[in-house]
Write a protein that binds this ligand. Structure first.
Ligand code: SF4
Length: 873
């Protein structure tokens, strides 16, 4: 094949071949991630003397291609004039002028004026600039799966539409794919319109959820101008959700903390860094033996590493924990118990290889939106889908089988699924024989868990259980993902063990398109745990009682590891109440809002010194004695590790406000003030030390993390990283089937007078305590927490849709807006926890997962009544 006379190796299309040859062929309606359409006709070239659309024409060896001939120039000028007759062409107008189109000889089509819409906080639509290239339609359908756009009318009257109403009433989830793809600016990000032109683009990693999307941060005047997805990223392929793309307004919000604060006479007052560091260092030294630290899954690996090192080296204690304790700690514990490793076995890319997806306890399209979108696309391409969830989530609506169980009955349902797989013969007996232990005893144990016998407890019809078991057990590549609906229960860890059992039965481990994959919640919750911010495990999951581990750390740290075991978060709170813990350091976590109030309130009040390092004066920071202003992910360097174990770079794009400092620098200052100076001048040097102490990070260095990171284990400097765990064996040798009997949660003993079972979770627009998303225009999209409940329960309580509702549990009360929804079954309700005024976690009991100390956020008995308090009416 030749392009303009130059021989070219065959590409997939003529357009690809032209571009490979460096030819400037315009193409307005193509994107490598989308199906080809040939709609805009701009990419026409001459192939063997004929005009063809290069984007849809397959390349062949025998083609002679010309991209710039008098005929093509005349054609493009004519095309440009036709576009200008129907459209202003927006940002494409300069290109059309370059084709020689100073105006148009064609009349404008008759019809109403082009539609404009500015109802959405992030998207601005002006169809006067639309050239009908269809990229927005395809992006919405093929990247997100939302189907917001369509074309109406025919011929010259053809127009883009989103239905009759204002754009903000559509099903748009503000992923921004349309604005990102639109070549003319007919659909534009409003933040881009408000900002100066980009001066720099910095590649970084999203700091919201554990998907870990790769970002291109566009900067102008030391502010974020806009954020785009990095197209080549294997994690998100350029796609982003409403948080990652748009919720960056927090970075320059006037509420940002810009100076250290020290409480004097009961009031937090500005202080110098020296005053704050000295006060913390001297008090922690004085209270040695009675101190604890809570690290942050929002901060970098390097910062988490320093927190636990500070505690272990400078203060001689393992009293360090992180929020993995209160979310996916049960995933790690359950998977470690059965498989030997407590992390996702496979990669997000495996979603595209799976022929069945089992989504358990995860509202993925809201909580992990890019993973959710990938699952939707897989289903649209033909993969089967089984969803286990008490709510009829968006994915449940798409599912082949939705197992809508009664809240708190996961263990029963998962045992019934295993039993049904065995009854059906839908198991991989060769895998079971070769790689597992305890099958016969497991079969015997499951005798009492037939789908029929368990139907009354779970509320799930036996036939549906048997259908789901058949689909999972007979799929070639059945892949599991699970969320906090599995873990945050009294038997959370044990439920995860049962998910592992299902994978063992199906032989669905150690290969592409399968596995057990917890969807990690916070951006770096995987990393915080990897770094050793856990009382029982040091960096890289080393057991601090193992002499070999102790020797390794002592060699690098130059000091012995502490002997006494440390405390988990709930145990820290208990110890604070008992006067055993007197000083606590909390990095970037708003525990007052996110942990059960029954744990936090009295514990934090009992402390002699509470230090909080934060971006904003959070509910927790308001109670602190010292508050340190931290730097957001946009303002510092480091790494995050996403839910598929991928260690990715975070790069500074803008400067921190005021005196705010990167958290790793503050931690180095604290250690120096306590006589344990650290040699680090840049986070890359901290990573070099991590590589020395953690065998699974031994081959990790910043130089190796470009462009899209490495998946641990990376045992040596020439190792490519590990996308799939357990390919040939488990760290435990053979995996043993867990036999877990159902143990109803102790919280049910409080059920008298509280007829509803409440579960909690996130909505798409907000992230956890909402500290960052509430300080962005996401708050316009979702302004308050809502209690979702079935119409029967609303009617019985005298509530209508939109009414203020008081939610009362045996442990406290919360206030929200009632949302009558057919997503819930009678007797079950759902409440999010993003707004402090709601007080969702006032309701939560003190019950913990019985293996991993994770609070039982996902089941609380409640009653509801109209909220007649004056402030709510
Ligand atoms: Fe960020 Fe998660 Fe959204 Fe990706 S899916 S952009 S990581 S919040």
């Amino acid at each position: 094949m030749k392009v303009n006379g130059t021989p070219v190796a065959v590409g997939s299309t003529v357009l690809a071949a032209c571009r490979a040859a460096g030819a400037d062929v315009p193409a307005f309606c193509t994107d490598d991630r989308l199906s080809k359409g040939g709609h805009c006709r701009a990419c026409l070239v001459e192939v063997n003397g004929r005009l063809v659309a290069s984007c849809t024409t397959p390349a062949r060896d025998d083609l002679e291609i010309e991209t710039d001939t008098p005929r093509l120039r005349a054609y493009r000028r004519d095309l440009g004039e036709l576009m200008l007759a129907e459209s202003t062409a927006g940002t494409l107008a300069p290109t059309l002028r370059a084709w020689g189109c100073d105006g148009t000889r064609y009349p404008a089509p008759a019809g109403p004026p082009a539609r404009r819409d500015t109802s959405h906080p992030y998207l601005s639509l002006d169809l006067a600039a639309c050239i009908k290239c269809r990229l927005c339609v395809k992006g919405c359908e093929e990247l997100q799966g939302q189907f917001v756009y369509a074309f109406a009318q025919r011929g010259a009257a053809t127009t883009l539409t989103w239905g009759p109403g204002a754009f903000d009433t559509t099903a748009c989830v503000a992923c921004g794919a349309c604005a990102s793809l639109c070549p003319t600016g007919a659909i534009t990000d409003r933040d881009r319109l408000r900002s100066a032109p980009t001066t720099r683009v910095v590649q970084s990693t999203c700091s919201y959820c554990g998907v870990g999307c790769s970002l291109d941060v566009h900067v102008a005047d030391d502010r974020v101008q806009k954020i785009e997805g990095t197209t080549a990223s294997p994690v998100n392929h350029g796609h982003l959700c409403v948080k990652g793309r748009y919720a960056h307004g927090f970075s320059r919000h006037p509420d940002r903390l810009t100076t250290p604060l020290i409480r004097r006479n009961g009031v937090l007052e500005p202080a110098t860094w020296d005053e704050a560091i000295t006060l913390i260092a001297t008090t922690f030294a004085r209270l040695r033996g009675h101190v604890a630290a809570l690290s942050s899954s929002r901060c970098t690996n390097e910062e988490n590493y320093l927190v636990q090192k500070w505690m272990r080296v400078a203060l001689g204690t393992h009293n360090v924990d992180c929020c993995a304790r209160v979310c996916h700690g049960p995933s790690a514990a359950g998977m470690r118990a059965v498989l030997g490793t407590g992390a996702a076995t496979n990669s997000l890319a495996d979603i595209e290889h799976a022929d069945l997806l089992l989504v358990a306890g995860s509202n993925s399209t809201a909580a992990h939106p890019i993973t959710g979108a990938r699952i939707k696309q897989a289903v649209l391409r033909g993969a089967r889908l089984v969803v286990i969830d008490p709510r009829r989530t968006e994915l449940a609506e798409l599912a082949d089988v939705h197992l809508q169980l009664r809240i708190g009955t996961n263990v029963v349902l998962l045992n019934a699924l295993a039993r049904a797989m065995i009854d059906d013969g839908a198991i991989d007996r060769a895998f079971v024989d070769a790689r597992t232990e305890g099958y016969a005893a497991y079969v015997e144990f499951l005798r009492d868990y037939s789908p029929e016998a368990t139907e009354e407890i779970t509320g799930v019809p036996a036939a549906l259980v048997r259908r789901a078991a058949h689909l999972y057990g007979t799929a070639q590549r059945p892949m599991q993902t699970h969320g906090l609906g599995m873990t945050e229960h009294y038997q959370g860890s044990e439920g995860v063990m049962l998910l592992c059992n299902l994978a063992l039965l199906a032989g669905a481990l150690g290969r592409e398109g399968v596995g057990v994959n917890p969807l990690r919640g916070q951006n770096n919750v995987q990393g915080a745990a990897d770094m050793g911010c856990q009382p029982d495990l040091v960096t890289g999951y080393g057991d601090p009682t193992d002499p070999a581990v102790r020797a390794r750390f002592e060699r690098v740290w130059g000091t012995p590891l502490p002997e006494a075991p440390g405390l988990t978060i709930p145990a820290m709170y208990d110890a604070a109440r008992a006067g055993e813990i007197k000083a606590m350091f909390i990095l970037g976590e708003d525990v007052v809002q996110t942990d059960p109030a029954i744990h936090t309130d009295s514990a934090l009040a009992a402390l002699e010194l509470l230090v909080v390092q934060e971006l904003f004066l959070s509910e927790t920071a308001k109670r602190a004695h010292v508050v340190l202003p931290g730097a957001s992910f946009l303002e510092k360097d480091g790494t995050f590790t996403n839910g598929e174990r991928r260690i990715q770079r975070v790069r500074q794009a803008i400067t921190p406000p005021g005196q705010a400092r990167p958290d790793w620098r503050v931690l180095c200052d604290l250690m120096a003030a306590m006589g344990a100076p650290q040699p680090f001048e840049h986070p890359s040097e901290i990573m070099d030390e991590i590589a020395q102490v953690a065998p699974s990070f031994a081959g990790v260095s910043y130089a190796r993390l470009d462009p899209f990171g490495l998946q641990w284990p990376v045992p040596s400097a020439d190792h490519p990283g590990t996308s799939i765990l357990h390919a040939t064996s488990f760290p435990v040798g053979r995996a043993t089937f867990a036999r877990v009997a159902y143990a109803p949660s102790p919280v049910l003993a409080h059920g008298e007078g509280f007829p509803l079972r409440l579960t909690t979770g996130r909505v798409l627009e907000h992230y956890n305590c909402g500290t960052m998303t509430r300080r962005s225009d996401n708050v316009v999209l979702h302004p308050s927490d809502e209690l979702e409940l079935h119409r029967d329960d609303a009617t019985a309580a005298g509530l209508g849709d939109g009414d203020p509702v008081r939610v009362i549990s045996p442990f406290g009360e919360a206030h929200a807006t009632a949302r009558v929804s057919d997503r819930m079954t009678p007797g079950q309700a759902f409440l999010s926890f993003h707004f402090p005024a709601t007080g969702t976690n006032n309701l939560t009991s003190g019950v913990l997962d019985r293996l991993a100390d994770c609070p039982e956020y996902k089941m609380t008995p409640v009653r509801i009544e109209p909220d007649r308090s004056p402030s709510r009416r």
